[in-house]
Design a binder for this molecule. Structure first.
Ligand code: LLP
Length: 430
């Protein structure tokens, strides 16, 4: 993260706090959240996308402190579950600035969202259309909604498929006509205010051409709706998915570059179609929180293992693993790591950082060179673990989930505490 550096003694310092000091007080494993970096990234999106609304995607990482920072930095919030909504509301987040996603929202969840005054509910199925109509009829309240459409674009890190088959659970297909039909039904539904179309094409995307194709297709539908139904929808959301650098090979675009490219396409398409530009929004999660957090572990066991041809791989076991970062095991994600508590001049060895869980796939960092004298008691920091690590963490093997410690100007503050044995046993009612 941008405020991180190493002292001559080899101590990693984040937010002005030396990691060894932080560990002395809070132990390991721990997530260290660089508040200044997080806020700077949030602001960078807000400023680059001036005139748009930026919804921080809370699924990447959410707690009440982060929800407050997001509000203070002038962003909106995307939640995708009742639990995320609960955290946001507990933090005092303005419900009018919350977007509520999900492919399987229950009537009770929709009723709550409407009653709380959630700013936009992103509708994902015909059944949800009916459920919303039921809720607004019951309560006499208004639901503000967007229609999640599948633009037929599937983006993967470095490429996109513009003819992606639509065999997945989210959204209404544009090509099948379902998206148009959803708009038509919502337009007729009493108590429903239709805000616009919503498209999200994927995650960890580097190439903006996928967004361009999606924007074109969504705008074409936006235009058709106004032409054939006489409905001018005031808004449009192009989703999240902006990639970050996990390794030195990754080369993500910065927010202002993205804003320029996406803005140009929308402007061009709207002019070509002769439609007024809707108010636009995006939903970045990873790009805001991913680089702002690191996980700090203590090394427990070091085991050199002979490979073919005389090579050796050093297995470095740390006091966490797939319960605090499942991304390596689940997505074959690439992370790096560094010694965080001392300097070493020892010749680097090929290392694999593994956890303490009961399976061989429990890998945190697949390949990294660490000093050959790496030893029990050493601190290892894995940067870039802000997105989808704590939020996808588990109690596998009854691991206690690590705390999230916010650091800023030399001060460390626990914003999510470490779980305890009592937490583990709280739900076990015998
Ligand atoms: N908006 C919608 C509708 C989404 O479904 C997502 C992510 C986002 C925004 C935010 O995407 P981001 O900017 O963070 O890429 N667990 C996976 C990522 C799943 C993303 C799900 N949807 C991972 O760890 O890579």
């Amino acid at each position: 993260s941008s405020t991180a550096h190493k002292t001559d003694a080899g101590d990693l310092v984040i937010g002005g706090v030396p990691v060894p000091d932080l560990v002395a007080e809070h132990n390991t494993p721990a997530y260290v959240l660089d508040e200044v970096d997080f806020r700077a990234r949030a602001r960078a999106f807000r400023d680059a996308f001036a005139g748009w609304d930026v919804y921080y995607a809370g699924k990447a990482f959410l707690c009440t402190a982060v929800a407050r920072w997001i509000a203070e930095e002038g962003l909106c919030l995307d939640v995708c579950s009742a639990g995320e909504l609960t955290v946001a509301l507990r933090a005092g987040f303005d419900p009018a600035r919350i977007g509520y996603h999900g492919n399987n929202k229950s009537v009770a969840e929709l009723r709550r969202a409407v009653a709380e005054g959630v700013g936009r509910i992103i509708v994902d199925s015909f059944q949800e259309v009916d459920r919303i109509a039921m809720v607004t009829a019951d309560t006499g309240m208004t639901a503000r909604v967007m229609v999640r459409v599948t633009a037929g674009v599937e983006a993967h890190t470095h490429e996109y498929i513009a003819t992606a088959h639509e065999d997945q659970k989210f959204g209404f297909s544009i090509t099948s006509g379902d998206a148009f039909e959803a708009v038509r039904r919502l337009q007729d539904a009493p108590g429903v205010e239709l805000l616009g179309l919503h498209s999200h094409i994927g995650s960890q995307i580097f190439d903006s051409s996928g967004f361009e194709v999606a924007a074109r297709r969504v705008l074409a539908l936006h235009h058709r709706v106004s032409d054939e139904l006489g409905v001018t929808m005031p808004e449009m959301d192009l989703g999240g998915g902006f990639g970050i650098a996990y390794t030195t090979q990754d080369d993500p675009a910065d927010p202002s570059q993205l804003a320029t490219e996406m803005g140009k396409i929308v402007e061009h398409e709207c002019r070509a179609l002769g439609v007024e530009e809707p108010r636009l929004s995006i939903e970045p999660g990873r790009a805001i929180v991913g680089p702002a957090m690191a996980t700090v572990y203590t090394v427990g066991t070091v085991k050199p293992v002979a490979l073919d041809a005389g090579a050796v791989r050093t297995y470095v076991s740390v006091d966490g693993g797939m319960s605090d970062n499942i991304r390596t095991a689940l997505y074959d994600a690439d992370y790096s790591c560094t010694l965080a508590g001392r300097r070493s001049e020892a010749t680097p060895v090929l290392a694999r950082v593994v956890g303490k869980h009961c399976e061989a796939g429990d890998i945190v960092v697949r390949d990294e060179f660490l000093p050959g004298d790496v030893a029990p008691g050493d601190l290892v920091a894995v940067p870039g673990t802000g997105a989808y690590c704590r939020s996808m963490s588990s109690n596998y093997n009854h691991a206690l989930r690590p705390p999230v410690i916010a650091v800023r100007d030399g001060v460390a503050r626990v914003v999510v505490r470490r779980e305890t044995d009592d937490d583990l046993l709280a739900t076990d009612v015998g």
